[in-house]
Unconditional design. Structure first.
Length: 289
């Protein structure tokens, strides 16, 4: 693995201590802290007491079957979903504090989804400058400079005048990543950024994410790309049915899973043509990944 090793997460908490030095240390080394997070939609409890920390510079891949709560967990980090209980911290800011400057903290978080959500009527360059000028109040010239730098980073500088419809899915996703980077995020959340792509386009997007990881970007990535997780993640978190079932290094969780549920999931992901007899019910094949 080529990634720099992230700083260890200190056991101290960002907010509960009056000691200013401890606070400063926690702020520097803990990017995301999720504590006893629960989330229900009506009577459906989809996150059941999740606690998880992501250190600054750390890459954490979240894996697990469909419906296990991965997207909901990611969306709770920037409060796109409001947790039912528990706490979420981004740096030293508690997202779940009703008095938090939510827009201010969200500006520090980049989010990339499966669908690229580029503005179809704007060129690539304009897609990257619009939020910079509106939200960050950068001048047009400054925004264009930042945009061009980030298009360079994702290998899309030659397409700045193209419209999204003129690009492949992989190119659109790279532009979406560059747009996110143009807001200077301190951490990035990715929700299955390659799962809408044709197989031959997946690699170019993963390569961009890999280079971000090598630069030390803090990233929380929901993905089904096990080879990518194995190579790039500092830590892999396996979720099932609203719980974190197993977490550890990629070599441990993917290479040597301890829990039966992790093994069964990986078996299905890595052998998609194999269906266990136990997965076939009266209603057909149960909930495959
Ligand atoms: N806005 C919502 N309203 C009601 N139920 C929801 C909502 N969002 C998610 N859910 C439910 O929460 C559960 C977890 O969904 P979530 O999207 O987090 O799963 P996931 O692990 O991301 O799955 P996938 O791999 O298919 O993307 C599912 O049962 C889903 O139906
Ligand atoms: Mg999802």
């Amino acid at each position: 693995m080529t990634n720099p090793t992230p700083a260890p997460i200190p056991p101290s908490t960002p907010d509960t201590t009056a000691d200013a030095t401890a606070d400063a240390t926690a702020t520097r080394t803990t990017a995301i802290s999720i504590r006893n997070l629960k989330k229900s939609f009506g009577s459906n409890e989809v996150l059941k007491d999740i606690s998880l920390e992501v250190a600054t510079g750390e890459v954490v891949c979240v894996i697990g079957p469909s419906g296990s709560g991965k997207s909901t967990l990611l969306r709770c980090v920037n409060l796109l979903e409001e947790p039912t209980s528990g706490q979420v911290f981004v740096g030293a800011d508690e997202m779940t504090d009703p008095d938090v400057d939510l827009d201010g903290v969200r500006r520090r978080i980049g989010m990339v989804f499966q669908s690229f959500n580029l503005f179809p009527h704007l060129t690539v360059l304009e897609n990257l400058t619009v939020a910079q000028t509106k939200v960050l109040k950068r001048s047009r010239a400054q925004a264009r400079e930042v945009a061009r730098h980030n298009l360079e980073r994702v290998g899309m500088a030659h397409k700045e005048d193209a419209y999204p419809a003129q690009l492949s899915g992989g190119q659109q996703q790279r532009v979406a990543i560059a747009r996110s980077l143009s807001m200077d995020p301190e951490l990035m959340l990715f929700d299955e950024p390659t799962s809408a792509l044709d197989p031959e386009l997946v690699g170019e997007v993963l390569a961009v994410m890999k280079s971000l990881a090598a630069e030390g970007m803090t990233m929380m990535i929901v993905t089904h790309e096990m080879a990518f997780a194995r190579e790039v993640a500092h830590r892999v978190v396996f979720m099932d049915d609203g719980y974190v079932v197993e977490a550890g290094t990629a070599a441990d969780v993917i290479g040597n899973p301890q829990e039966a549920r992790t093994r069964s999931f990986l078996h299905r992901v890595l052998n998609p043509m194999v269906i266990d007899a136990s997965e076939i019910t009266d209603e057909g094949v149960a909930d495959l990944v």
